[in-house]
Design a protein around this ligand. Sequence first.
Ligand code: SF4
Length: 86
Amino acid sequence: MSKKVPFVDPETCIGCSACAALAPDVYEMQEDGKSKVVNGEGDSEENIQRSIDTCPVTAISWVEEPQPPAPAVPNGQEKKKDDPVP
Ligand code: SF4
């Protein structure tokens, strides 16, 4: 099951830092002046939603956090080299 986490679109963010002020454990202002999500579960869903609603340029949205990739399953069949063509 995937989790819902906030995502900041860096192309849209104008760096007003409102989101980081509302949820400092979730967002961090970067050197380029944009906000970035550093911990998508760093605050309550309600407060994260508030930060999303507060963003003046609608740069934050919920996204489904991708699940870690499943471990590679060996197929148990070693591919044999083709016999050289005479
Ligand atoms: S509230 Fe929106 S515009 Fe302001 S820093 Fe956060 S993401 Fe960027």
